[in-house]
Design a protein around this ligand. Structure first.
Ligand code: NZQ
Ligand code: ZN
Length: 386
């Protein structure tokens, strides 16, 4: 097992009716900026719950953070922070709102051009505004990690950044919010979390036995509940297991001491930047083809995944690994994912050139757990996804 230092200071408050705890989780004398998205929180009662809990706090509101949050919009919120001497930010929403608040928190005290945080991927170690979250969409794990992804609208660049100062102080995770989610978003959440586990698990055999078993447990749970939670989002038992699985998939726990890949995400982000395809759907397009192109270096772990998660019995590693990829694609289809890029855009043929050029401009010449996903491999993966 590789050496590791696991730091995760998030106070995770999980369960029905927990939003009322906001009253004590946010300091009484704080000047709070409550940030939300396009308005779903007004329809499902979450805005009212937050307003009730914070009735004795000084709260300013900022709405309109987009899915795949935009730098340009977030900078308007940064101005509101400065104009009103805000000293605590509350994200009420899904991954986009939470990621947006991480950017606001980092940019509020950043000296210099805040776009640098994204373009130079500045690691935020200090000086961030404190913030908390009320999660409304299980998917990203952003409620319990210190990463964020923000899009610069002007240049269509979707860029990750983060750092130890960007953990939420607390996150309220009430699974009741799942009831109001559109089917498409539940499907997205299951597949985003599933792929987060695969990014940290489908690498090469290593000595971290427990991490593998936890990863497999999250995958099995998502397979068990995914189709039914999409059909019955109001079922609390399903919603609670869905929400906790998503958090556990990307709160750092299964990443400790093991190699990880993340190339599916890096390529997928470009598909969203180019065509505004939902994040999870970009992963469903890319992941299977990445496993096909990188088959030789991933086959042992693919075979283990096939045997332990899907119960595949096969005579050879190659056969088990191939069947594991097929099972994964079938699961993506069961969860409503379309796995071909050409079904999302007519302009698909220019995609590989565009992504390869962009990665080369950024110096991203060696992705993946073995740093062997070269521009040629990226091209092959994207072309196979057409
Ligand atoms: O904006 P509102 O009106 O709130 O509607 C949202 C939005 O349209 C809606 N929604 C959220 N909760 C709802 C609801 N509708 C009804 N009832 C509810 N309870 O759902 C839509 C999608 O929301 P969004 O926040 O965009 O989805 P998600 O949570 O999937 O977040 C995706 C973003 O997170 C990034 C992605 O790249 C993408 O930008 N990621 C962040 C990560 C991280 N910070 O660790 C890791 C991930 O890999 C991912 O890259
Ligand atoms: Zn993701």
């Amino acid at each position: 097992m590789q050496n590791f230092q696991y730091y995760n200071p998030v106070n995770l408050v999980f369960g029905k009716g927990q939003t009322e705890k906001l009253a004590t989780l946010i300091p009484q004398n704080a000047k709070v900026l409550m940030v939300y998205g396009g308005g779903s929180i007004f329809k499902n009662g979450v805005h009212q719950q937050v307003a009730d809990a914070l009735k004795d706090h000084n709260v300013t509101e900022f709405g309109g953070v987009e899915p795949n949050p935009r730098f340009e919009t977030l900078m308007k919120a940064v101005q509101v922070v400065k104009d009103n001497n805000i000293d605590f930010v509350l994200a009420v929403g899904g991954g986009s709102v939470i990621d947006g608040v991480k950017f606001i928190s980092a940019a509020a005290n950043y000296e210099g051009d805040a776009a640098e945080i994204l373009r130079k991927r500045i690691r935020i170690e200090e000086n961030a505004l404190p913030f908390g979250t009320v999660l409304t969409l299980p998917a990203t794990g952003s409620e319990m990690n210190s990463g964020s992804v923000v899009t610069i609208e002007a240049t269509h660049e979707k860029l990750p950044f983060g750092g130890p100062a960007l953990f939420p102080q607390f996150s309220i995770c009430d699974p009741s919010v799942v009831a109001s989610l559109p089917t498409r978003q539940v499907q997205n959440g299951v597949i985003d979390a599933y792929t987060h586990v695969l990014e940290q698990y489908l690498t090469y055999p290593h000595d971290a036995l427990l991490q593998d078993r936890i990863a497999e447990g999250i995958l099995q749970t998502l397979i068990e509940i995914g189709p039914s939670v999409a059909e019955n989002p109001a079922d609390y038992k399903l919603a609670a297991n869905f929400m906790w699985s998503c958090t556990m998939a990307l709160n750092g726990l299964i990443q400790q001491g093991v190699p990880s890949d993340w190339a599916t995400h890096m390529i997928g982000h470009e598909l969203t930047a180019l065509y505004e395809i939902d994040h999870a759907r970009t992963l469903a397009i890319i992941a299977p083809n990445l496993y096909r192109v990188m088959f030789e270096t991933k086959k042992e772990k693919l075979a283990q995944y096939g045997q332990r998660v899907w119960g595949i019995t096969a005579n050879t590693v190659e056969e088990a690994a191939t069947l594991a990829i097929e099972k994964t694609v079938q699961f993506f289809h069961t969860m409503g994912m379309d796995t071909k890029l050409s079904n999302y855009t007519e302009e698909y043929q220019k995609t590989a050139d565009f992504i390869v050029n962009r990665f080369q401009e950024r110096g991203w010449e060696a992705l993946g757990e073995r740093q062997n996903i070269t521009p040629e491999k990226v091209r092959a993966i994207v072309e196979l996804s057409y």
